[in-house]
Design a protein around this ligand. Structure first.
Ligand code: KIV
Ligand code: ZN
Length: 388
């Protein structure tokens, strides 16, 4: 089969980087349920856990490996034999196993986390990949804190781990430090300067400390990365990871980028709700794609434009992400057009004069009551209904 150069692989780490968030811990049955939904969503890789971290996490990787058929199941390790042995063992039932091993690549991590040297770290990286490769063919290497790493050293590390057998090289912006053009340039540099780079897929793994995770991931893809790592709802360490739903919808909306995934985006909303409930982590109402207000129109100007033609204020159709429907929210900023729309929805047709009167009464009410519901609307026009 010919490799499609424009295909972007989606690597979901909701059950690993997402599950690390305090309060978001899941039981194995909950993880299996989510993994099956991720399979239906069409993710290519599920990072199922960090097996050496606890017996529960080990068991989750085992059970997820049994439960899903299509996606690759991936287990995280540090660059040491004990971690890698645990990962190998946990993946024994996986149809498509992957080991995700790695080590720090920035001088900050090399000196102050590992108390080591660039040379020693490079050796450990290569050893880890070789060790994992004895048992599993598909090896992803992460160069932790690559966002702050010296790019020449990073290129050396990437070249060495590919030569040792890595099939995917993950370039994480672990601390969410980079600007999009810096991150994009880093990926471009690797693409242009690592001589065996065509033997591996470059993966982007971005954190959201400065609110740039999605922008950085897109910059990475524009510069040659072909795997994106993220979570549903963007949950993850600190300010979170890249939101998978955002990246997928950006690629769909901006077809000019020429990139595509195999994600069934109609499943996003339901899965987002499931993750929110199971992980007890609310979704902010203004969250792109899946937030409660993502398709709610509330100002008069927007409502009028939307009611004339939805595309005036809608760049994604709610049904494309499984969102129940767009909504016209009635507030003191709403216009006559929105009020008319809601009254007609309730079967009430008013003349121009009647609507003007109802609108004045509506504004008086909306200034004091934040949430105008159908019952309020019926009360506003009750006298008309009796007369007619
Ligand atoms: O953010 C990070 O660097 C990670 C690695 C373990 C891939 O999560
Ligand atoms: Zn991470």
């Amino acid at each position: 089969m010919l490799h499609d150069p424009n295909r972007v692989y989606v690597f979901d780490t909701t059950l690993r980087d997402g599950e690390q968030v305090p309060g978001c811990q899941l039981t194995t049955p909950e993880k299996i349920e989510i993994a099956k939904e991720l399979e239906l969503l069409g993710v290519d890789i599920i990072e199922a856990g960090f097996p050496v971290s606890s017996p529960g996490d080990f068991n989750s990787v085992v059970e997820i490996s049994k439960a899903v058929k299509e996606p690759t199941v991936c287990a995280l390790t540090r660059a040491n034999k004990g971690d890698i042995d645990a990962a190998i063992e946990s993946l024994k039932y996986a149809k498509r196993p992957r080991i995700h091993t790695g080590i720090g690549s920035s001088d900050m991590h090399i000196k102050h986390k590992f108390n080591s040297t660039r040379e020693e770290i490079l050796e450990r990286a290569v050893e880890a990949v070789k060790y994992a490769k004895r048992a599993v063919e598909d090896i992803e290497f992460y160069a932790e804190d690559a966002g702050r790493a010296d790019v020449e050293y990073l290129a050396k590390m990437v070249e060495a781990v590919i030569a040792a057998g890595a099939t995917v090289v993950n370039i994480p912006d672990t601390n969410g430090y980079c600007l999009p053009d810096q991150y994009g340039s880093k990926i471009k540099f690797l693409k242009e300067n690592v001589k065996n780079i065509d033997k591996a897929i470059i993966s982007v793994h971005c954190h959201n400390d400065l609110g740039l995770a999605t922008a950085n991931s897109i910059a990475g893809l524009q510069n040659g990365a072909r795997q994106i790592e993220g979570t549903i709802n963007g949950i993850g360490e600190r300010a979170g990871n890249t939101s998978i739903e955002e990246v997928v919808m950006i690629l769909k909306t901006h077809q000019v980028l020429g990139l595509h995934t195999q994600i069934d985006s109609k499943r996003f909303y339901e899965l987002s709700q499931m993750i929110r409930t199971q992980m007890r982590m609310p979704v902010q109402p203004n969250k792109a794609i899946v937030g409660a207000n993502a398709f709610a129109h509330s100002s008069g100007i927007h409502q009028d434009g939307f009611l004339k033609m939805r595309e005036n204020y809608e760049i994604i159709r709610p049904e494309d992400v499984g969102f129940p429907s767009a909504s016209i929210v009635l507030t003191a900023r709403s216009g006559r057009h929105a009020l008319k729309f809601h009254l007609e929805r309730l079967g009430i047709n008013l003349s121009k004069e009647e609507l003007a009167e109802a609108y004045n009464n509506f504004l008086t009410l909306a200034d004091v009551k934040l949430d105008i519901n159908d019952h309020d609307l019926l009360s506003l026009v009750a006298h008309k209904l009796v007369k007619n």
